[in-house]
Design a protein around this ligand. Sequence first.
Ligand code: M6R
Length: 604
Amino acid sequence: MCGIVGYLGNHSSKSILLDGLSELEYRGYDSAGIAVLHDGEFSYFKAVGKLENLIRKTAEFDTNGFSVGIGHTRWATHGKPTEINAHPHLGNSSYVVHNGIIENYQSLKKQLTAKGKNFLSQTDTEVIVHLFESHLEEGVAPVEAFRQTIHEIEGAYAVLLVTKSKPDTIFFAKNGSPMIVGTNESDEKFFGSSDAALIGNCSQVIYLEDSQLGYVTPTKIYIENESGESIAPTFAHLPESKLSAQKEGFRFFMEKEIYEQSTVISDTLLGRLGSDTIIFDEIEPNLLEGIREIKLCACGTSYHAALASSYLFERLGKIRTSVEIASELRYKEPLLTPDTLFIVISQSGETADTLETLKMAKRAGLRTLVICNVDNSSMVREADGAILTRAGIEKGVASTKAFATQMTVLWMFALYVAQTNKTMTPDTIREQIALLREVPSVVKVPQDLHERLRRLSKRYLHGHGFFFIGRDIFFPLALEGALKLKEISYLHAEGYPSGEMKHGPIALADPELFTIALMPSNMLYEKTKSNVEELSARDATICAISDTPFENADDLIQMVGHTHYMLDFFEIMVILQLLSMEIAIRLGNDVDMPRNLAKSVTVE
Ligand code: M6R
């Protein structure tokens, strides 16, 4: 996810901005840049790749005396990770940096292009600086021009803007993306999209609220709310540890990433939902022309996302769908026909087996699509089309938010197939879109639920194994629940379709066999219940996850319950992630870096 820094004062802007950006490196990025306004002139530098590249480019540059500067590390969402797309973005005499997504950037871009504005980048961000300058050109004063600009953009943003028309000022705005303003005894002003960038520089900080905007000068911090009313700043103290600041108060990155799922799913949905249509601007409109089958291929958690989505492709898109584990597909001499869309799913975009199957499919003349979290990764470069999942960097080795955003994209893509092939009416697509919009709130973690799972976890630290069971789309979710548990707790766990238990695995049933039963009432509840009863009759210990009371459960994790099984899917996903994490924490394991595992598996 992108990072933002800003500085106003008499020290070296360059050093402060670059130091701040290096503190934000943990968030992941593919390019970086700074712009500094000193003595009425801008100097700006951008570089693709690691921060060292930017540091090298700025080696000869420095400021002496007062300056204002902004900096950014970019994680590509709109447009490739190139120097042109890197922030800051330039108008005529102003620069902007931005985190988030401007949802209405296309219509704004059209209007601004009609007015003669020249766009250099493919980003949504560039509209901000052109919009601001078009207001200046209409004779509007800088503060009002910035206010109007922010009120015209829609979506999620944290924005910093510097302009020659007000050279002692940094403008800022926040909505949905974090932004912190800091100051110290020397009246310097600092900005950061996370505490980590500010620790050591500021004595007090203001955590901006959504819909606030304002500006800083050497003598002032001005903040206003949506209605333009001035807000008295509320100062807070910064945490002292940079590592804990990076974890934003959570014990592990995995925990932080579970809690981030609501935000990153919102990002994933942004700009892709019309009222009754799914919009994927990034793929060619004829991608599905002549396609009669979908083949999904992936590894690990991404494979589970593939398997889960196959239920949606057939059910909603009415298209024949098969799913393959990449390491298996490579050597099975598969029949690959050109009427098949070959979709690979990968968080990293670098997994060797998945990448090789993508190349194989291309050699066989198939059209290919990658659903990936990392732009410019090998798979994104290789595939004919790419849909980015916008989860931001995932540091925990056990995948959580990447899976959540993969499922979001795949559900949308199944609907996209349905709308293209007209297998659903606009009305039924509209209903599904309404459900998709509910997902960010469904995955928010209620504190009482987390506490309940933390307490429950102490009963599940031993035994001779876990079975995670479910039916339909809850079967791949059961597989994912079992994978999460074994990755971080080192306990033996397997995922099974509920109906399969009596075909062998039930032989293991005894009180030391823990069954985690996925039992939402919206999906084949009675069938699953009978399977769980069979296990309970053989004295297996049952932990049911359900919205319905179940008398045979030893433990019941009570779901909120929803109107649709896909919302249940996302609710149970969070429950399984938290339960595994709490078990692993109790066992004293390093949840973020489990033994024997690597985040990106680039060998066969
Ligand atoms: O980067 P990818 O999605 O291609 O990675 C695939 C698997 O290696 C990955 O999902 C792995 O299973 C995770 N550790 C799961 O938590």
